[in-house]
Design a binder for this molecule. Structure first.
Ligand SMILES: Nc1ncnc2c1ncn2[C@@H]1O[C@H](COP(=O)(O)OP(=O)(O)OP(=O)(O)O)[C@@H](O)[C@H]1O
Ligand SMILES: [Mg+2]
Length: 245
Protein backbone atom coordinates (compact mmCIF):
# COMPACT_ATOMS: atom_id res chain seq x y z
CA UNK A 1 0.00 0.00 0.00
CA UNK A 2 1.44 3.32 -1.09
CA UNK A 3 1.59 5.95 1.66
CA UNK A 4 -0.30 9.10 0.63
CA UNK A 5 -0.21 11.00 3.91
CA UNK A 6 2.46 10.96 6.59
CA UNK A 7 2.13 12.94 9.82
CA UNK A 8 5.24 12.74 12.00
CA UNK A 9 5.50 13.93 15.60
CA UNK A 10 3.10 16.79 15.00
CA UNK A 11 2.95 19.42 17.73
CA UNK A 12 0.73 22.49 17.70
CA UNK A 13 0.98 25.02 20.44
CA UNK A 14 -1.41 27.93 20.09
CA UNK A 15 -0.25 31.47 20.83
CA UNK A 16 -1.66 31.31 24.35
CA UNK A 17 0.73 28.41 25.05
CA UNK A 18 -1.94 25.71 24.89
CA UNK A 19 -0.73 22.46 23.32
CA UNK A 20 -3.69 21.32 21.19
CA UNK A 21 -1.69 18.60 19.43
CA UNK A 22 1.09 16.85 21.30
CA UNK A 23 3.38 14.53 19.33
CA UNK A 24 0.90 12.84 17.00
CA UNK A 25 2.09 10.51 14.21
CA UNK A 26 0.17 8.44 11.67
CA UNK A 27 0.23 7.32 8.05
CA UNK A 28 -2.60 6.81 5.60
CA UNK A 29 -2.33 4.75 2.45
CA UNK A 30 -4.01 4.61 -0.95
CA UNK A 31 -7.33 2.78 -0.86
CA UNK A 32 -7.88 3.23 2.84
CA UNK A 33 -10.43 5.00 5.00
CA UNK A 34 -8.64 6.17 8.11
CA UNK A 35 -10.53 7.37 11.17
CA UNK A 36 -9.32 10.43 13.05
CA UNK A 37 -11.28 10.01 16.24
CA UNK A 38 -11.46 11.79 19.55
CA UNK A 39 -13.85 13.58 21.88
CA UNK A 40 -14.64 17.31 21.59
CA UNK A 41 -11.52 19.40 21.86
CA UNK A 42 -9.18 16.45 21.22
CA UNK A 43 -7.30 18.27 18.48
CA UNK A 44 -8.81 16.70 15.34
CA UNK A 45 -9.63 19.92 13.51
CA UNK A 46 -6.25 21.39 14.47
CA UNK A 47 -4.51 18.38 12.89
CA UNK A 48 -6.65 18.74 9.74
CA UNK A 49 -5.89 22.45 9.46
CA UNK A 50 -2.17 21.73 9.80
CA UNK A 51 -2.34 19.08 7.05
CA UNK A 52 -4.31 21.53 4.90
CA UNK A 53 -1.43 24.04 5.09
CA UNK A 54 -3.74 26.72 6.51
CA UNK A 55 -2.33 26.49 10.03
CA UNK A 56 1.32 26.67 10.95
CA UNK A 57 2.55 24.10 13.46
CA UNK A 58 5.13 24.14 16.22
CA UNK A 59 6.99 20.93 15.46
CA UNK A 60 6.91 17.81 13.33
CA UNK A 61 6.61 17.03 9.65
CA UNK A 62 3.73 16.43 7.27
CA UNK A 63 4.04 14.87 3.81
CA UNK A 64 1.38 14.45 1.16
CA UNK A 65 2.35 12.06 -1.65
CA UNK A 66 5.93 12.32 -0.40
CA UNK A 67 5.97 16.12 -0.57
CA UNK A 68 6.66 18.22 2.50
CA UNK A 69 3.59 20.34 3.14
CA UNK A 70 5.55 23.42 4.15
CA UNK A 71 7.99 23.38 1.26
CA UNK A 72 5.51 22.30 -1.41
CA UNK A 73 2.35 23.87 0.00
CA UNK A 74 0.81 24.66 -3.37
CA UNK A 75 1.34 21.17 -4.78
CA UNK A 76 0.07 19.67 -1.55
CA UNK A 77 -3.09 21.78 -1.74
CA UNK A 78 -3.78 20.52 -5.25
CA UNK A 79 -3.54 16.93 -4.02
CA UNK A 80 -5.85 17.26 -1.03
CA UNK A 81 -9.56 17.93 -0.76
CA UNK A 82 -10.67 19.17 2.62
CA UNK A 83 -14.17 19.41 3.97
CA UNK A 84 -14.47 21.46 7.13
CA UNK A 85 -17.58 22.41 9.04
CA UNK A 86 -17.36 26.01 7.90
CA UNK A 87 -17.48 25.56 4.10
CA UNK A 88 -20.28 27.72 2.78
CA UNK A 89 -21.87 28.12 -0.63
CA UNK A 90 -22.75 31.21 -2.62
CA UNK A 91 -26.43 31.28 -1.88
CA UNK A 92 -27.45 33.30 -4.91
CA UNK A 93 -25.85 30.68 -7.18
CA UNK A 94 -27.20 27.24 -7.97
CA UNK A 95 -25.28 24.20 -6.78
CA UNK A 96 -23.91 23.70 -10.27
CA UNK A 97 -22.78 27.32 -10.55
CA UNK A 98 -21.02 26.97 -7.21
CA UNK A 99 -19.15 23.89 -8.45
CA UNK A 100 -18.29 25.60 -11.73
CA UNK A 101 -16.88 28.56 -9.86
CA UNK A 102 -14.63 26.47 -7.60
CA UNK A 103 -13.63 24.14 -10.43
CA UNK A 104 -12.46 27.13 -12.43
CA UNK A 105 -10.40 28.31 -9.47
CA UNK A 106 -8.59 24.96 -9.65
CA UNK A 107 -8.00 25.55 -13.34
CA UNK A 108 -10.14 22.68 -14.65
CA UNK A 109 -11.05 22.92 -18.33
CA UNK A 110 -14.75 23.37 -18.99
CA UNK A 111 -15.16 19.86 -20.46
CA UNK A 112 -13.35 18.22 -17.51
CA UNK A 113 -15.40 20.32 -15.16
CA UNK A 114 -18.70 19.31 -16.81
CA UNK A 115 -17.71 15.65 -16.56
CA UNK A 116 -16.67 16.00 -12.94
CA UNK A 117 -19.86 17.84 -11.97
CA UNK A 118 -21.97 15.11 -13.61
CA UNK A 119 -20.03 12.41 -11.78
CA UNK A 120 -20.32 14.14 -8.40
CA UNK A 121 -24.01 14.91 -8.95
CA UNK A 122 -24.58 11.20 -9.40
CA UNK A 123 -22.31 9.99 -6.59
CA UNK A 124 -23.80 12.43 -4.09
CA UNK A 125 -27.35 12.10 -5.33
CA UNK A 126 -27.73 15.80 -6.09
CA UNK A 127 -29.73 15.53 -9.33
CA UNK A 128 -32.90 16.78 -7.71
CA UNK A 129 -31.47 20.10 -6.56
CA UNK A 130 -28.21 20.89 -8.36
CA UNK A 131 -29.96 23.50 -10.55
CA UNK A 132 -31.74 25.20 -7.67
CA UNK A 133 -30.35 28.19 -5.80
CA UNK A 134 -28.20 27.15 -2.83
CA UNK A 135 -30.19 29.52 -0.58
CA UNK A 136 -33.06 27.03 -0.76
CA UNK A 137 -31.02 24.00 0.27
CA UNK A 138 -31.66 21.89 3.37
CA UNK A 139 -28.77 20.99 5.70
CA UNK A 140 -28.25 17.69 3.90
CA UNK A 141 -28.22 19.32 0.46
CA UNK A 142 -25.78 22.00 1.63
CA UNK A 143 -23.49 19.34 3.05
CA UNK A 144 -23.50 17.30 -0.15
CA UNK A 145 -22.70 20.41 -2.15
CA UNK A 146 -19.87 21.25 0.27
CA UNK A 147 -18.48 17.74 -0.19
CA UNK A 148 -18.68 18.02 -3.98
CA UNK A 149 -16.92 21.37 -3.82
CA UNK A 150 -14.12 20.01 -1.62
CA UNK A 151 -13.29 17.24 -4.12
CA UNK A 152 -14.08 19.06 -7.37
CA UNK A 153 -10.40 18.73 -8.43
CA UNK A 154 -10.45 14.95 -7.79
CA UNK A 155 -7.69 14.93 -5.17
CA UNK A 156 -5.79 11.80 -4.13
CA UNK A 157 -6.14 12.62 -0.44
CA UNK A 158 -9.59 13.39 0.92
CA UNK A 159 -10.02 14.81 4.41
CA UNK A 160 -13.50 15.09 5.82
CA UNK A 161 -14.05 16.77 9.19
CA UNK A 162 -17.40 15.67 10.64
CA UNK A 163 -19.01 15.09 7.23
CA UNK A 164 -22.08 13.33 8.63
CA UNK A 165 -22.82 15.52 11.63
CA UNK A 166 -26.32 16.94 11.51
CA UNK A 167 -27.37 14.68 8.64
CA UNK A 168 -30.32 12.30 8.61
CA UNK A 169 -29.79 8.58 7.98
CA UNK A 170 -30.33 8.91 4.23
CA UNK A 171 -27.88 11.75 3.70
CA UNK A 172 -25.38 10.04 6.04
CA UNK A 173 -25.63 6.92 3.93
CA UNK A 174 -24.93 8.92 0.76
CA UNK A 175 -21.85 10.45 2.38
CA UNK A 176 -20.64 7.07 3.64
CA UNK A 177 -21.14 5.57 0.17
CA UNK A 178 -19.16 8.44 -1.28
CA UNK A 179 -16.24 7.69 1.05
CA UNK A 180 -16.40 3.98 0.18
CA UNK A 181 -16.34 4.83 -3.51
CA UNK A 182 -13.30 7.06 -2.96
CA UNK A 183 -11.54 4.20 -1.19
CA UNK A 184 -12.38 1.80 -4.03
CA UNK A 185 -10.92 4.24 -6.53
CA UNK A 186 -7.61 4.26 -4.64
CA UNK A 187 -7.92 7.52 -2.78
CA UNK A 188 -6.74 7.95 0.81
CA UNK A 189 -9.67 9.08 2.93
CA UNK A 190 -9.24 10.66 6.36
CA UNK A 191 -12.52 10.66 8.17
CA UNK A 192 -12.75 12.69 11.35
CA UNK A 193 -15.74 12.09 13.55
CA UNK A 194 -17.01 11.29 16.99
CA UNK A 195 -19.82 9.21 15.56
CA UNK A 196 -18.52 5.74 16.31
CA UNK A 197 -21.25 4.01 14.36
CA UNK A 198 -20.07 5.62 11.12
CA UNK A 199 -16.43 5.11 12.02
CA UNK A 200 -16.92 1.42 12.75
CA UNK A 201 -18.80 0.87 9.49
CA UNK A 202 -16.17 2.56 7.35
CA UNK A 203 -12.71 2.75 8.82
CA UNK A 204 -9.96 0.27 8.14
CA UNK A 205 -7.70 1.76 10.79
CA UNK A 206 -8.12 4.59 13.25
CA UNK A 207 -6.18 6.87 15.52
CA UNK A 208 -7.84 7.98 18.72
CA UNK A 209 -6.69 11.34 20.04
CA UNK A 210 -7.42 12.63 23.51
CA UNK A 211 -6.25 15.98 24.85
CA UNK A 212 -3.92 16.29 21.89
CA UNK A 213 -2.21 12.94 22.45
CA UNK A 214 -2.47 9.62 20.66
CA UNK A 215 -4.13 7.02 22.86
CA UNK A 216 -4.63 4.33 20.23
CA UNK A 217 -3.56 3.69 16.63
CA UNK A 218 -4.60 0.42 15.05
CA UNK A 219 -7.26 -1.41 13.06
CA UNK A 220 -10.75 -1.41 14.51
CA UNK A 221 -10.56 -5.20 14.83
CA UNK A 222 -7.30 -5.14 16.78
CA UNK A 223 -8.60 -2.46 19.13
CA UNK A 224 -11.67 -4.54 19.87
CA UNK A 225 -9.52 -7.58 20.62
CA UNK A 226 -7.08 -5.64 22.79
CA UNK A 227 -9.79 -4.01 24.88
CA UNK A 228 -12.16 -6.97 24.90
CA UNK A 229 -15.00 -4.70 23.77
CA UNK A 230 -17.62 -5.57 21.18
CA UNK A 231 -18.06 -2.31 19.36
CA UNK A 232 -15.99 0.75 18.60
CA UNK A 233 -18.06 3.01 20.82
CA UNK A 234 -17.21 0.86 23.87
CA UNK A 235 -13.57 0.71 22.80
CA UNK A 236 -13.59 4.49 22.49
CA UNK A 237 -15.16 5.04 25.91
CA UNK A 238 -12.81 2.62 27.59
CA UNK A 239 -9.71 4.15 26.03
CA UNK A 240 -10.73 7.76 26.54
CA UNK A 241 -11.62 7.16 30.18
CA UNK A 242 -8.47 5.12 30.80
CA UNK A 243 -6.42 7.38 28.51
CA UNK A 244 -4.69 4.58 26.63
CA UNK A 245 -4.53 0.89 25.73
N1 LIG B 1 -6.92 29.56 18.04
C1 LIG B 1 -6.87 28.82 19.16
N2 LIG B 1 -6.22 29.30 20.26
C2 LIG B 1 -6.15 28.56 21.39
N3 LIG B 1 -6.68 27.33 21.54
C3 LIG B 1 -7.35 26.82 20.49
C4 LIG B 1 -7.48 27.54 19.25
N4 LIG B 1 -8.20 26.77 18.39
C5 LIG B 1 -8.49 25.63 19.06
N5 LIG B 1 -7.99 25.66 20.31
C6 LIG B 1 -8.11 24.60 21.34
O1 LIG B 1 -7.45 23.47 20.89
C7 LIG B 1 -8.12 22.29 21.32
C8 LIG B 1 -8.38 21.38 20.14
O2 LIG B 1 -9.37 21.98 19.31
P1 LIG B 1 -9.87 21.27 17.98
O3 LIG B 1 -10.85 22.19 17.36
O4 LIG B 1 -8.71 20.82 17.19
O5 LIG B 1 -10.62 19.98 18.57
P2 LIG B 1 -11.55 18.92 17.85
O6 LIG B 1 -10.99 17.57 18.19
O7 LIG B 1 -11.71 19.26 16.42
O8 LIG B 1 -12.93 19.08 18.64
P3 LIG B 1 -14.47 18.95 18.13
O9 LIG B 1 -14.77 17.49 18.13
O10 LIG B 1 -15.22 19.67 19.18
O11 LIG B 1 -14.55 19.58 16.77
C9 LIG B 1 -9.38 22.75 22.05
O12 LIG B 1 -9.13 22.71 23.43
C10 LIG B 1 -9.54 24.18 21.57
O13 LIG B 1 -10.17 24.98 22.56
MG1 LIG C 1 -13.33 19.73 15.26
Amino acid sequence: METFLKVQNLVKEYKNGFRAVDDVSFEVGAGEIFGLLGPNGAGKTTIIRAISTILSFTNGKIEVLGKDNLRYAEEVRSNIGVLTTDIGAYERFTGKENLQYFGELYGLSSSDLDKRIKELTELLDMGGFIDKKAAKYSTGMKQRLAIARSVIHDPKVIIFDEPTSGLDVLSSQTVRDFMSHARESGRAVIFSTHQMYDAEKLCDRVIIIHKGKEIAYDSVENLKTQTGERDLEDVFLKLVKGEGV
